[in-house]
Every structure is written in C-alpha cells, then in structure tokens.
Write a protein that binds this ligand. Structure first.
Ligand code: IVH
Length: 725
C-alpha cells in the first residue's frame, strides 16, 4: 500500500475508505434525526442521493462493506431458521401488579420500604423512575466497540433467537452508536461492550396502515400491533421484515463493560436512560423520576388519562428503583428483580358474545358487517358494536352469530372483533387472549348459518356489487342511497372539514328523509322555513344552524378538499394536495402522473382523485359550492410549494390552553400551513409551546425543559417569520 504520507491531503480524501466512512457517518446522523428525533435535517431527496452514492461505492468495493452501513438496513436475507443465542446476562421478566387501582403502586412501595428498612429514614421516600410499559417484544441489542453485532429475542430468558438481520431494518435502532458529549447526562465514552434492552413495537397508525394495505390486497390482517411487531421480528425473510414499520424504545441494559474496562459508572437508572438517548437510542420522554408512592400514583393516573392519545399501545406502567446501588441491595427473587414492578391498566381486549351481525352502509357505499355484541367494558368504554371490516375478514376469522369472541378497542380506533376464542392459537397471528382463558373451545350452537352479504342494499334496495379484485361490497345506489347521502353530508359538516356546528346525525337524517337535501349545495340553499318546519326544531336552533352554515363558508382549501369525501383522501392527503398545487382548479385538472408527484400519494389515491373529478356531477357540486353568487364557499389563497420547504418546516410546536382569539383548530391549521408539526406533548424536541389561559401541565413541562413559550401574539409573530424569543 505504500506510505500514507506520500499522498497529498486532497488525494487522501478521494480514497474510497474515506468517502465511505464520511457517507456512512452522514447518513447515520441524518437517519437518527429523522427516525429518532423526528426532526429531519435534510429533505428526503438529499438523503436518497447520498444513499445511492454509498450503494454505488459499496458495489464497486465489496471488500469495504460493513455491518454498520445504512445500506444494510434494507433486508433481503432469507433464513431456514434462527440461530439460538445464549444471553450474556439473563433477560428477566418483571413482577406484575394486576390491581389496576392506585393500591397497586402502594403495594410495591410498601414492599420496597420493608426490604430497605434500616437504610431509609421513616419520613424518607424512595426515588423511582416511572416508565411506560410498551406492548411489543423485548429485544437485546449487542454493540461491540459501538457497532451493532447481534440482536436477539428474549426467548426463555436464557436462550433467545438471533434476529439481527430483521432488527437492522428498524430505522430507530442505531447501527452505530453516536459518540457525543452534548446530552444532558454526564457523557460517557462508548464502552467496548454494551447490551441495550428495550421493546420493539408498532405504532397504532403504522398498524392501521399495514392492516389497511393487507385488506386491500386481500391478505391476512394482524390481530393487534403487538402481534404484527412480533411477527415481523420473527420473519425468516428479512426483506419482508423491512416492509413492516417497526419502532423501538430502550428501557434497560444487559451486559456492559465495567468502568475499569472503559464502561460507564452510572449511579442511577435514569442517568443510564439519558446516556442511551445520547448514544442514539429512542427513550420515551414521558419516562420520569418520581418521589415515593405519591409520585407513582400520580404517574399511573396521568398516563392512564393519556393512554388513548399515545401513538402506541401500552398495557401499563413500570416502576423501577432509581438508585443502582439500591437495586443491587434489593436483588432478585427467582427470575424477577425486587426493584421493579409492572402496574397494569384495564385490558384493551375482552371476551364477549356476538348477538347479531348487521350490515352498515358507509359514505362511499361500502357495506361493513358489524357485530352486535353483548355489552362489554373494554379500553375504558362499554362496547356494543364492533366492526368486522368486510366479508373476507369475517370469513377468515370464522365468526358466526352466537360465538364467543375477543373484542379490541385501543385509542380512538373503532372497536373490532379480533377473532373467535380458540384454545390453540396459530403462531404468528396468535390471539392475545385476556387472562383466565376458558379451558375449552366454547361450543357453537349447531346449524348457525354462515353470514352472507345481502344482494341488495339494506337502505335503498340498489344492487350490491363487488368489483373484481376488490374486497369490499358496495351499494351501487351512489347519492341516490340515503345512507350515502347522509354520510356524505355528515362528513362534509364535521369539525375537521367545513365545521358546521349543530349539523349532527339526527338533523341530517331528518333533512335527507324530508327531501330538503339531496346534494351538498342544498345545505346552503335551504331557508329558515324548511329547517324550522322539521319536527322538534325550534326557531332558535334553526337560526343557529343557518348561522353556522354561513360562517362555514370561510374555510381553507384542505378542509374543503377533505370535506368532499373523495375516497382515500384523508386530512393529511388533503393538506399535501393543497400545499402542492396551491389551488382547487389545478387539483381538479391534474393528471394521475401529476398527482403521483405529491408526497405520500400512490396510484390508488391518485386514481381515486382523478375518478372523482372525472364525474360531471361531482364537478357540478364543486362548482355550485364555490359559486360566488351561489353557496359562496371561499378560502384564502395559498402558494404552491411542490416539495420545497416552508418557513417552519422541521419545527415542532405544542398548543395548550385557550388563546384569546384563535381556536385550537385554526392555530393548528396556520402552523401546519407554514410547515410546522403540531404535537400533542412537550419534550426537549419541542421548539415552541403556545400557551393560552388555563394552560396546564404542558406549560409546566415547557418551563421545566426550557422550551420557549409564546402567547397568541408570539404565535402570530412566529408565523410572520419573526419570533420574539
Ligand atoms: S423492564 C428486569 N421496562 O414488559 C426488568 N420492561 O418484563 C426487565 N416491557 O417482556 C424489564 N416496557 O419487554 C421493562 N419500560 C419497560 C418495559 C418493559 C415493556 C416489557 C418487557 C417484558 C415485559 C415484562
């Protein structure tokens, strides 16, 4: 190779090793910002450009391939079976407090204080870390000299399965640790050996999207995010694993080099978590240090209230003694540490019985089989109906009237029938049944007929059709079908669309049944008389509805687009379309190719938009709605950006409390139109918190974290490009 000193510096820079190292470091840095910090630093196209350059270099120099290269995230390797690995430090399980009341926390604190008697003064409280209990799959990640070398499942705690190639595909898991010194905790050097433990999970929105795609393709859907995540991690084909959207949270460590061999000398569990975060791992910002039993109870209650709004499932919280020295004193009982406990929440899955299967007709004419259930308390509410999605799902689940089934309700998601209660569940799609399973397959009354889709629409009697290759049955009645008309109007009037207050389902039922409203523009044409003539409609409320309709005319393009109810055009897509094209005419006339240029718009969505605007009656409806002398709906002009970045792109803002003049929705719209992301909770990643009167814990958190706080004036200044703080 010769003496390196013979090279001029710029020749050295041209050497493939150097360029490769530089590309990998840059891409890993950008990947961390994108996946973990949720704050991209460059546009996707720039990332893709460097990624392709790296791929080219590696193809030319296969000898320089390395496992920490971001190109190794794509998967592809297919295994016959997984290797078994022995964990260097056993992966323990954790004691579960099933008492879902606050007394569960008290029981734990009491036990700890008893164990530590003599070490604690009477009045001294124990310091704990309270964490969320993520509902996924435990994983051990082994790093040697900062590079991910092995990932393994928990298995029986001693022996796990080696799933490294699948885990590499998880964008949130660093392939190489970041050696940095700017994180809050004391900065420790990357140790020679580090095992990080945490949970691989799937976010609810990713899960819904995955199942929606599976349904579209007529493929098997997943029972819940946990099963989908576990199935992906245990895929023998890492190419398939790569297509399953997985996330990760770190909550502990396994083997770590001791301080005398270059390892960290952590004093507390929380310090350890902060260090892991600094090295590039996602750590939940809601995890916090709390004092004594009061702190535990407050955390349990706070997270219980927050649970539905979290982007992923939790089945409880975990309490851990913060001091590592005290943890060591407390030690273990059998396979469980004495210093930690899981405190559960009520289950999001329960068993009940199907009383009847009905069919509902949706806005787009889709027929959905709905199970009428014996009432059951699940995920915090009493559920009496649950969706079965479509005929194929129903058949795959094999459910019939009278069956004992598992019902799931998590977050704001519509409750669904997960499947029949069976004794031996199939592996990947295994049902997670509630505790105390019945010991036998419940017997089914003989001769219960299998459910069939009706041949005609239960609402309007039009023929029911199913397009070749489609999984859904649809009513062919279109807007002739009152169910579709009603749903279309409700969709248009909802808060996220035109926001017509007071136009609820009862009123819409009446208006459509009485023939007052046939198409959307009729809404703006009906007078006080036709409204007030309806049963049970007082003049005052009729006037209120008319006033609400009047003020709904000042709207925004995304709201209007979303309100039209074009299949596959949700709120986010409507915003993207508006931002990309800038005006309605451009969207109405865009070709499928042009529509495909919009962020996140694929062929199904593009075709659906094109089909919608190809229908003369839809164009007529839009024309009437926007006609200045007619309905007169208008919105402020926006500039088309077609992918360019906006003034607040990359910024995360949190809204809290009541602002003097702007509604929460308006403030959100304005921020998003300027490119900012509006988040639900405050973390160190939050750029600004906008606080109005009666701002609560979010404001406290902002002040505690030193996040700048703006009032309405400050928000307006920010939107105009001159923030005060
Ligand atoms: S600590 C020695 N913390 O719950 C303690 N576990 O252990 C080991 N889990 O399958 C576990 N969130 O995967 C811990 N914040 C958290 C957790 C957590 C979820 C899972 C873990 C394990 C199960 C019980």
């Amino acid at each position: 190779m010769g003496n390196l000193n013979l090279f001029e510096p710029d020749e050295l820079e041209g050497r493939p090793e150097n360029r490769l190292a530089e590309l990998r470091a840059t891409l890993n840095h950008w990947g961390h910002a994108y996946y973990v910090l949720d704050a991209p630093v460059v546009p996707d196209a720039e990332y893709d450009r460097l990624f392709r350059e790296l791929q080219t270099w590696e193809a030319e120099h296969p000898e320089l391939l390395s496992p920490d290269s971001p190109t190794q995230r794509v998967g592809g390797k297919v295994l016959a079976q997984f290797e078994t690995v022995r964990h260097a430090v056993p992966m323990l399980s954790i004691r579960t407090e099933t008492d879902t009341e606050s007394s569960g926390a008290l029981a734990f604190d009491t036990r700890i204080r008893k164990e530590l008697a003599g070490l604690l003064a009477e009045s001294e409280s124990v310091e704990y870390v309270a964490e969320l209990k993520f509902d996924g799959l435990a994983i051990n990640l082994r790093y040697e000299n900062g590079v991910l070398v092995q990932a393994a499942t928990r298995g029986d705690g001693e022996l796990g399965e080696e799933v490294t190639s699948n885990i590499r595909t998880v964008g949130q898991i660093p392939l190489k640790l970041i050696a940095r010194s700017d994180h809050a905790a004391k900065s420790w050097a990357v140790p020679p050996v580090l095992e990080v433990r945490g949970e691989v999970y799937m976010r609810r929105d990713d899960f819904e999207r995955l199942n929606e795609a599976q349904r579209e393709r007529g493929e098997k859907t997943f029972v819940n995010p946990r099963n989908a995540a576990a199935g992906a991690v245990r895929q023998l084909d890492s190419g398939i694993a790569a297509q399953r959207p997985l996330s990760f949270f770190a909550y502990g460590v396994g083997q770590v080099s001791p301080p005398e061999q270059g390892g960290p000398a952590w004093q507390t569990h929380f310090e350890m978590l902060q260090t892991l975060k600094g090295w590039g791992f996602p750590v939940e910002d809601l995890d916090q240090v709390v004092q004594g039993v009061d702190g535990l109870v407050a955390f349990h209650q706070k997270m219980g209230a927050l649970r539905d709004r979290l982007p992923y499932d939790i089945d409880g919280v975990v309490y851990k003694v913060n001091s590592l020295a005290l943890q060591q004193k407390l030690g273990f009982v059998t396979r469980e540490p004495r210093w930690a406990v899981a405190h559960k929440y009520p289950a999001q899955e329960q068993m009940t019985r199907i009383l009847e299967i009905d069919v509902q007709v949706g806005r787009t004419g889709k027929l959905t089989p709905v199970a009428r259930l014996a009432p059951v308390f699940v995920g915090g509410v009493t559920v009496t109906n649950a969706t079965l999605h479509n005929l194929f799902e129903l058949r795959r689940k094999g459910v019939r009237v009278g069956d004992e089934v598992v019902v799931r309700r998590a977050g704001d998601v519509i409750p669904e029938v997960v499947g029949r209660v069976v004794l031996t569940p199939p592996s990947e799609n295994a049902l997670t049944l509630p505790d105390r399973l019945p010991k036998l397959l419940p017997s089914r009354t003989p001769y219960v007929p299998n459910f069939k889709m009706p041949a005609t629409c239960p609402i309007c009697g039009s023929t029911v059709v199913r397009e070749p290759g489609e999984t859904n049955h649809r009513c062919s009645g279109g807007l002739f079908c009152p169910a579709q008309r009603k749903q279309a109007i409700l969709h248009f009037a909802q808060r996220k669309a035109l926001d017509v207050e007071g136009l609820g389902d009862k009123l819409v039922d009446q208006l459509v049944d009485a023939g007052v409203i046939r198409i959307l523009p009729d809404l703006y044409k009906m007078g006080l008389t036709s409204l007030a003539n309806l049963d049970r409609m007082a003049d005052k409320s009729a006037a209120n509805v008319l006033a609400a309709l009047e003020s709904s005319k000042q709207t925004t393009l995304p709201r209007f687009l979303y309100g039209l109810g074009i299949r596959h055009v949700g709120e986010a897509t409507a915003k993207d379309l508006a931002r990309h094209f800038g005006n309605l005419d451009a969207i109405m006339d865009a070709s499928v190719e042009q529509l495909l240029q919009v962020k996140d718009v694929g062929p199904i969505v593009a075709n659906s938009i094109r089909t919608f605007f190809d229908q003369p009656h839809n164009r007529e409806v839009v024309a009437q709605l926007c006609e200045p002398g007619g309905c007169g709906i208008t919105w402020p002009a926006i500039e088309a950006v077609a992918g360019a970045s906006l003034p607040l792109t990359g910024m995360t803002v949190v809204l809290t409390g009541t602002l003097p003049t702007l509604s929460r929705e308006d403030a959100k719209d304005m921020l998003e139109a300027a490119g900012a992301k509006v988040a639900g909770s405050v973390s160190k990643k939050t750029h600004y918190v906008v606080a109005g009167s009666e701002a609560g814990s979010k404001l406290d958190k902002a002040l505690a974290l030193g996040v700048p706080v703006l009032d309405e004036e400050g928000l307006k200044a920010l939107l105009q490009g001159n923030p005060e703080s």
